[in-house]
Structure formats: structure tokens, C-alpha cells
Design a protein. Structure first.
Length: 313
């Protein structure tokens, strides 16, 4: 028994996410882009300089990686889901353009709420005033219980939640990235920072289960990174967690003797930050790889990238 007192969470006032106002609904989600006639010709007509040329080269590397059965890893924060891009990501997974997806704990929360309620993203500014922020009991209990069940089966965090959503009665399973990843057999790894996610204050949270499954996901991702030679890793909007996770995974596989030096990385964000640029674009590729940065809004850049991939495939 430690000498410091813990807070008692048994009297939390909770509510259902179904009854909460959410800023994002599945009705506004993007549709996967089709193959657009003339798009490749347009891109090829752009000057072979700076970002126009880099974007073309990134797309060519992704298409080549798929044809050579190399790893194509998407790392991301939660905002691509809140920007309505789940159908685009699922379509890329279904067509072999994403072989692994790695993300933070917030993403799995938004993904779960979309699956069950078709809505997510609460109004934090008003909810923080009375302490109702993050107190959706159904969301927290579903994920926390899925993780505890997953612990019994030695699953990873993303696999445990995706499996439970897929075999549930959720009305929007087709828009759940984790459920569709599980269906497709694509690893979706969740890298949790304890205390950062709304599921953590709830009594159903089990630190041993959360920690065990998230650590297992790190090892699953690291196994994927051991095969990244000749592949591609793209980061969308994670400024801290995924850049740090990737750098540790890459160092680990090189330490173990895996030849992972020649691959392509790209960082997409609305503003370029220090850590993704250093840990995604620069440091990992300084032994023979290629790294790119692209600045723009997720709800434009990811569908654009998906459309270009299909145009060049």
C-alpha cells in the first residue's frame, strides 16, 4: 500500500454519449474518391519542382510499395476521424494501400462513438465548466470492458476494441476503422498515454489491462516496422505520440539487426511541428530514405492523396 491517497472515482456523475450533443456526425463524412479521369495527367503536368514533385514521388512510392507487397503504415492522431475521413481510410485499407494503422487513445474513442451513435466530439468548452467533460459512461465502459476481455485473449488494444465492435449491434460498423481493420486482418495499434483519454477517469478503467494491451500494440507495430524496408510511413496530424512511438520502434528493430534504412516517410499537418519533422521525416531517413512534409487541412489533403493514389495505381 502506497503512502499517498488516491481520488475515489466511484461517485462520478456520468451520462450516455447517445444523449450528448456531438459536433461531428457520420452524415457529414467523406465518401471514398473514385478514380478520376485526367487526374494523373493533371498532376504530371505540374512543374517537377518542390512540393508538386514531392507529392508525385510520394504517390509513386505508395503505389510501388503496394505492388511489391511492402508495408504502408498510416500513423495519425484523432482529427482525421473528427474530420469525417473514416470512409477514406477504410477504403485505402480495403484496397491494400494501408497495411497497418497506428494511432493514439483518442482515435479509438471517436471511432467507437461513431460506430454506436453515429456522432462524436463533445463541446469541451462548456462541459469542462461543470465537470461533465469526458463523462460518457457507455463509451468508457465499452472500451474499458473490451480491453479487459482482450487481456484474457492476449489481444492488442486496437484488435480487442475492433473485434468487439465488429461483433456488436452497433449501427455504423461500416464506418468504424477499428472494426473494419479487424475484419480485413490489418493491424490497428493503439498507443495510450495514461490520463490523456476520457476513458481513464471511469471506474471501469483497469490500468493493468490498458497498459498490457497498449504495450502489446507497441510490439505489434514494431514487428511491422521491422518489415518497413522499401515501404512507406505516412503521419497525419499526430504531433507527439506517434512520432515518438515510431522513433522507438525503428531504433528497436535496427538494434535487433533488421535492415530498415531505405523507406519513404511523409508528414501531413495543418502546421508543421518540430517533433514530426524530426522523428518522422528527418532522423529515420538520414541513412538512405526519403522524407517529405505537406501542409494543409486533413479534410482536403487525405482525400486528395487517396484520389492521387488511385489515379496512379
Amino acid at each position: 500500500m502506497g503512502k499517498y491517497e488516491e481520488i475515489d472515482l466511484s461517485k462520478l456523475k456520468r451520462y450516455s454519449a447517445r444523449d450528448r450533443f456531438s459536433k461531428v456526425t457520420s452524415e457529414i463524412f467523406a465518401k471514398p474518391p473514385c478514380k478520376i479521369e485526367g487526374l494523373r495527367e493533371f498532376v504530371d503536368s505540374l512543374p517537377k519542382v518542390l512540393k508538386a514533385n514531392e507529392l508525385r514521388m510520394l504517390v509513386e512510392d505508395i503505389v510501388r510499395a503496394r505492388s511489391e507487397k511492402r508495408e504502408i503504415v498510416l500513423t495519425m492522431g484523432a482529427h482525421p476521424i473528427k474530420c469525417g475521413l473514416s470512409p477514406v481510410i477504410i477504403d485505402l485499407m480495403s484496397n491494400g494501400f494501408i497495411t497497418c494503422l497506428a494511432t493514439n487513445g483518442a482515435s479509438i474513442i471517436h471511432d467507437t462513438e461513431i460506430a454506436f451513435f453515429g456522432a462524436t466530439s463533445e463541446e469541451v468548452d462548456s462541459a469542462i465548466k461543470d465537470g461533465s467533460f469526458g463523462m460518457a459512461g457507455d463509451t468508457a465502459d465499452f472500451i474499458n470492458n473490451a480491453v479487459k476481455e482482450g487481456q484474457k485473449e492476449s489481444l492488442g488494444f486496437g484488435e480487442a476494441v475492433g473485434k468487439r465492435i465488429l461483433f456488436s449491434d452497433a449501427m455504423h460498423i461500416d464506418k468504424s476503422i477499428s472494426a473494419q481493420a479487424y475484419r480485413l486482418g490489418i493491424p490497428l495499434t493503439v498507443h495510450v498515454a495514461i490520463g490523456t483519454d476520457i476513458i481513464h477517469p471511469h471506474p471501469s478503467a483497469d490500468g493493468s489491462a490498458i497498459g498490457e494491451l497498449s504495450l502489446r500494440d507497441f510490439r505489434i507495430l514494431t514487428k511491422v516496422i521491422s518489415r518497413l524496408e522499401g515501404g512507406v510511413l505516412i503521419n497525419f496530424g499526430s504531433t507527439v505520440v506517434m512520432p515518438e512511438v515510431f522513433l522507438k520502434a525503428l531504433s528497436t528493430v535496427r538494434n535487433l539487426g533488421h535492415n530498415v534504412y531505405h523507406f519513404t516517410t511523409a508528414n501531413f499537418d495543418m502546421v508543421q511541428h518540430y517533433r514530426p519533422n524530426r522523428n518522422i521525416v528527418e532522423r529515420p531517413t538520414n541513412c538512405g530514405g526519403k522524407g517529405y512534409t505537406f501542409t494543409g487541412h486533413h479534410e482536403i489533403m487525405l482525400p486528395l492523396l487517396a484520389a492521387l493514389i488511385k489515379a496512379y495505381a
